[in-house]
Design a protein around this ligand. Structure first.
Ligand code: HEM
Length: 139
C-alpha cells in the first residue's frame, strides 16, 4: 500500500503544478504575448480588417479577455468564461488559410517573447489544436 501525501502544507489543496508553471510561463509573459500578437493583428492586411469588422468590444476589453483566456488555458484555471466556438462560427468569411496565417503571426510573437523553444512549443501546440477545433466548428 502507498499513501498519497501532500507535503506542501502552505498550499494543502492546490492543484498539481501545470506544465506551463513547470516551464516558468508567467502571467506577465502572457500579457506581453497577447499585446504583441494583437498589435501585429491590427496592422495585418488580412486579419486586421476582419477584426475591425467583427469585433463587438473595444481593443482594451478584447486584450483583457484574451489575457484571461490564455491564463485559463495555460494554467488550467482562471476567470475566462466564454464560447470561442460560437464566436468564430459567426464570422462567415473565415477559411483554413486565415487560421494558418493567424498561427504564423502567433508563432512569430511567441519567438519574440518566450525565453526558450519549449515555451514556444507549449503555447503553439495549444493554439494549433484550438485552430483545428474552431476551423472545424465553422459549418
Ligand atoms: C482565423 C483566425 C481568427 C480570427 C479572424 C479571429 C477573430 C476573432 C474576433 C473578431 C473575435 C472577437 C469577437 C467579438 O468581439 O465578438 C475573436 C475572439 C476570440 N478569439 Fe479569435 N480569431 C481567430 C482565431 C482564433 C484562435 C486560433 C483562437 C484560439 C487559439 C482564438 C481565440 C479567441 C477567443 C478566446 C476569443 C474571445 C471569445 C469570447 O468572446 O469569449 N481566435 N476572434
Amino acid at each position: 500500500m502507498f499513501s498519497v501525501e501532500n507535503k506542501d502544507t502552505t498550499r494543502p489543496y492546490a492543484a498539481s503544478e501545470s506544465r506551463a508553471e513547470k516551464l516558468c510561463i508567467t502571467t506577465e509573459q502572457i500579457e506581453k504575448i497577447v499585446s504583441g500578437f494583437y498589435e501585429k493583428v491590427q496592422q495585418d492586411e488580412i486579419l486586421g480588417p476582419i477584426f475591425e469588422k467583427e469585433m463587438t468590444e473595444d481593443w482594451d476589453h478584447h486584450l483583457m479577455k484574451m489575457n484571461s483566456f490564455w491564463a485559463t488555458v495555460m494554467f488550467g484555471q482562471g476567470s475566462y468564461k466564454g464560447n470561442p466556438l460560437q464566436v468564430h462560427g459567426k464570422i462567415q468569411q473565415l477559411t483554413k488559410a486565415h487560421f494558418d496565417h493567424w498561427l504564423c503571426l502567433f508563432e512569430s510573437t511567441l519567438k519574440e517573447v518566450c525565453t526558450n523553444s519549449e515555451q514556444v512549443e507549449d503555447f503553439l501546440s495549444r493554439a494549433r489544436r484550438m485552430a483545428v477545433v474552431l476551423n472545424a466548428g465553422r459549418n
